[in-house]
Design a binder for this molecule. Structure first.
Ligand SMILES: [Zn+2]
Length: 326
């Protein structure tokens, strides 16, 4: 089945119609994901890795610091990935600049929004993002998943000591120390799309699936694998990242709560937590997991492998888009 038909058949009600969504209409699609570091990662501000003291579980009321994977950084990197794709296929104007003046007319501006100031003096108003993101939390406490690496500069003798003027051996000083998040650390994350149309959903999903490096400066980035565990369409926002993280913690046997966590156990715990929340969700929803989710992700992957077949058309035909001529 083609992607468009699949989306129409399975998610139809939860997409905004083809016109550009001006007022909110209570259509939400939540992408529940596990992000796992695949290298040492440095998500930090100048003060060090961002951490927050929180309660570990809903049941387990012990408190500890968790590492935060910032929503701002995640979205900034993913949208850059999307803009690369748009640029490659001539779907964005050269003048649209993420660090300067944004066009307000391309797929990226329409979905992720832009501030009025970013559009330059001539245009009034901005556009709010319809990708609602939250800070992601590490499942394990910071003490389990962070470490400090000291960078040493060895002497010509390849040791840490070196003779001084008087010929006495002296220790060299370390150059720097870097706090990092260990490889194979799991973060529970959530991106909720509000009032999107099918092409916009595929665009955001594609950006999540295609982004592997996070962080602003290339040498400081971390490699991350995004694993989409569930997609939920609903008429209000059912989840919060922290709540899901705490529920996952409660579901892991105490003996299993050490680094690195077992992928399968974490995934099961996350899915089970999402289902538990949905059982009490006061409204309509549709949950995609396992086979159905696999089918959707396969279609999205194929759409990106061969964008000229369907995806580029979907993007070009989007109403409200002015960046594409003709
Ligand atoms: Zn733009």
């Amino acid at each position: 089945m083609a992607l468009k038909e699949f989306l129409e058949e399975n998610l139809g009600d939860f997409f905004h119609d083809e016109t550009f969504p001006i007022k909110p209409t209570s259509r939400y699609i939540s992408i529940v994901l596990l992000r796992k570091t695949e290298s040492e990662a440095i998500f930090r501000t100048d003060e060090g890795i961002t951490q927050e003291m929180v309660t570990l579980g809903v049941v387990d009321e012990k408190k500890a610091s968790r590492v935060i994977f910032s929503k701002r950084k995640a979205i900034a990197v993913e949208r850059r990935k999307g803009r690369e794709f748009l640029r490659l296929h001539n779907l964005i104007k050269e003048a649209c600049n993420i660090n300067g003046s944004m066009c307000g007319e391309c797929m990226d501006c329409l979905v992720y929004g832009y501030a009025a100031a970013e559009r330059g003096g001539s245009a009034a108003g901005g556009l709010k993002s319809r990708v609602l993101a939250e800070n992601a939390y590490s499942i394990l406490p910071a003490s389990e998943i962070t470490d400090v690496r000291t960078i040493n500069a060895l002497s010509e003798m390849e040791t840490m000591s070196e003779p001084n003027d008087k010929g006495e051996l002296q220790m060299r000083e370390s150059l720097a120390s870097n706090e990092y998040v260990k490889p194979e650390t799991h973060f529970v994350d959530l991106e909720t799309l509000r009032d999107v149309r099918p092409a916009e959903f595929v665009y955001v999903l594609g950006n999540i699936l295609r982004t592997r490096r996070y962080g602003a400066v290339s040498s400081r980035m971390g490699k991350i694998k995004n694993n989409i565990v569930a997609i939920v369409a609903s008429d209000s926002e059912p989840f919060s990242c922290l709540e899901l993280t705490k529920m996952v913690w409660d579901r892991l046997e105490p003996s299993m709560r050490s680094h690195p966590l077992d992928d399968r156990l974490v995934e099961e715990a996350l899915l089970d937590s999402a289902k538990t929340i949905l059982e009490h969700h006061p409204g309509r929803y549709q949950l995609f997991t396992d086979q159905k989710l696999g089918e959707l992700l396969k279609l999205v992957t194929e759409a990106y492998e061969n964008p000229s077949v369907e995806l580029i058309d979907m993007i070009k035909n989007l109403k409200g888009l002015k960046a594409v001529e003709g």
